[in-house]
Design a protein around this ligand. Structure first.
Ligand code: HEC
Length: 166
């Protein structure tokens, strides 16, 4: 799968997500928040599942490079890291009150401990930023392997306490 398809599949279908890195993070969150307010709860659940699935796809593309099943491509790796950065930034906004509905695998803790939840999302964003930074001087997959693992750990850290098991 090429990066454009990964990015589109990972996008929210909302302008904030499509606005890209040029839009400041806070503005992106505000736009997204406003757009989500206009959606019904099922559409919000779909948007957050798409956001998560996009990151899963990005992570498996990166895993292939790190495990040397696919050729290393620093530009592509940077784009995938950027998608993860953007999507993790959207996480706190994607769980408004009232969207804990059937079909969701989120635990009550998301709404009971919103600050701790947002902090884990922010931590994941930081790891994605570090991964992107690691791609810039990278010439081999080894150069990004540690940063990639850190991102994977940050996904798991949140799922452990805030999501029913896969
Ligand atoms: C701050 C918390 C948090 C972080 C960080 C996080 N997730 Fe999630 N993730 C969740 C929660 C909560 C759900 C359950 C959402 C629901 O069903 O309402 C979820 C669901 C998912 C799903 C299932 C989506 C579906 O279709 O039901 C996938 C796949 C996923 N996450 C991948 C990832 C990957 C990959 C990362 C790291 C790059 C990541 N997540 C980072 C909290 C997080």
């Amino acid at each position: 799968m090429n990066v454009t398809r990964v990015a589109l599949a990972g996008a929210l279908g909302l302008s904030a997500a499509l606005a890209g890195a040029a839009t400041p993070a806070v503005a992106q969150q505000e736009i997204l928040e406003k757009e989500l307010r206009g959606l019904d709860v099922v559409a919000v659940l779909n948007a957050r599942e798409d956001t998560m699935k996009g990151m899963k796809r990005a992570m498996s593309e990166l895993a292939k490079m790190v495990e040397e099943e696919a050729p290393f491509d620093a530009v592509k790796a940077a784009q995938l890291a950027e998608l993860i950065e953007r999507n993790t930034r959207a996480i706190p906004v994607l769980f408004p009150e009232g969207t804990q509905i059937r079909g969701s695998t989120a635990l009550d803790a998301v709404w009971e401990e919103p600050e701790a939840f947002a902090a884990l999302a922010e931590e994941a964003t930081g790891k994605a930023v570090a991964l992107k930074a690691a791609t810039e001087p990278a010439s081999t997959a080894d150069d990004i392997a540690d940063a990639f693992k850190e991102v994977a750990l940050s996904c798991r850290a949140c799922h452990k306490d805030y999501k029913k098991p896969f």
